[in-house]
Design a protein around this ligand. Structure first.
Ligand code: TXA
Ligand code: MG
Length: 345
């Protein structure tokens, strides 16, 4: 298949708008940027479009898809706003990286919810994403645009690596602003529950709702409640280890490992903050930004993981980023990428 690549300015052209609309309405897929990560989109009301997504991504069909809408009024067509706080959350955090899981109406096709009685809905803030949904005139289902098991795409180059020739249209939106997927919140419960942490954090949510729980598996590595959480995700091909402890000890430990593996002719990669980039000789070092800078580590994390794969790194060591505002989301993805292999020094 020849994939058509469009840029933001192309969306002003009538023939491009028509192409996008017809592609989506005929059950085909368009990859587009959102503020979190790129999404692979299909008309949420098209059986064929949804089946294509599962097929192209290689995604298990019991893992439900998020429905993206262009305006808050559209929610009630697809979901019941049962809980008293859910509208306040929409008013406060939409448009933006928050997915609300609500009881679904019968207007939602069965094959996007993986058999659940709920549906996850989000109103993205990214201009291009909103434009695509408006052009289509229907809600758009969009999981992250990555082949299942790979890190989500946050750069056009990631999207092309995974989907060039496999989807009809890809829209270039540059680097994703946030870089980690949306917060998924179960809003059907009296006390809402975070099923997947994102940059809308528990404490941000608690500025408008009395109390927010974290899904138990996020605290104890227990059985997942969001179907997506049970699959091994975001995993680079190399063997990844997170090293936690005081910086000097972390540096020493990683350097010992680098020496050990270099002696055996393996490639070693290190994911670090800017203050430590010159400490690891012989390893491939990826700098994810300043320790406390609000968004940089989040937005560079998947770039770092994909870079390790591209370079064929055998052993990857990453620092822990507990000091960052978005550590909830960052560490969640990092622990999963490392399959929970953590060394405390
Ligand atoms: O930021 C994002 O959310 C991106 C962009 C493209 O919008 N999308 C995304 O979709 O990350 P996906 O499919 O990769 O992840 C959706 C997550 C999965 O963990 C899924 O299990 C969970 O949301 N989810 C979706 N609907 C759900 C529901 N009804 N109940 C519980 N979890 C749900
Ligand atoms: Mg995903």
């Amino acid at each position: 298949m020849h994939t058509r690549l469009y840029k933001k300015d192309d969306l002003l052209k009538e023939e491009v708008k028509t192409d996008i609309k017809e592609t989506l309405l005929s059950g085909k897929n368009v990859v587009f940027p959102t503020e979190t990560v790129y999404g692979i989109g299909a008309n949420a009301l098209s059986q064929e479009g949804i089946e294509n997504i599962y097929r192209v991504k290689g995604r298990p069909s019991d893992n439900p898809l998020i429905m993206h809408i262009a305006s808050q009024e559209d929610v009630t067509t697809y979901a019941y706003m049962d809980t008293p706080y859910v509208k306040t959350l929409m008013d406060t955090f939409w448009p933006g990286p928050l997915t609300l899981v609500m009881r679904r109406k019968s207007t939602v096709p069965d094959n996007i919810t993986g058999g659940l009685e709920t549906v996850g809905i989000r109103l993205p803030s990214n201009d291009i994403a909103r434009k695509i949904i408006s052009i289509a005139g229907v809600p758009i289902c969009a999981p992250s645009a990555n082949i299942s098991g790979r890190p989500s795409s946050t750069l056009l180059e990631h999207v092309l690596d995974d989907f060039d020739g496999l989807v009809d249209i890809i829209i270039d939106g540059g680097k994703a602003e946030v870089g980690l997927e949306s917060t998924v919140l179960d809003a059907t419960k009296k006390t809402p529950v975070i099923l997947r942490p994102g940059i809308i954090t528990k404490s941000m949510l608690e500025t408008v709702v009395d109390k927010v729980d974290l899904a138990s598996y996020l605290q104890e590595d227990d059985i997942p409640q969001a179907p997506g959480m049970k699959y091994k995700h975001y995993a680079p091909s190399g063997e990844m280890t997170i090293v936690e402890g005081v910086p000097s000890k972390v540096v020493d430990y990683i350097n010992k490992q680098i020496k050990k593996y270099l002696d055996k002719n393996h490639k070693v990669g290190v994911i670090v903050t800017s203050d430590l980039t010159d400490k690891f000789k012989g390893a491939f070092v990826v700098d994810v930004g300043e320790k406390t800078s609000k968004i940089t580590i989040a937005s560079n994390l998947y770039i770092a993981l994909r870079k390790m794969d591209a370079l064929g790194i055998d052993y990857i060591y990453s620092l822990a980023f507990h000091e960052n505002t978005y550590q909830e989301a960052i560490m969640n993805r990092l622990y999963k990428a490392a399959n929970h292999t953590v060394i405390k020094v």
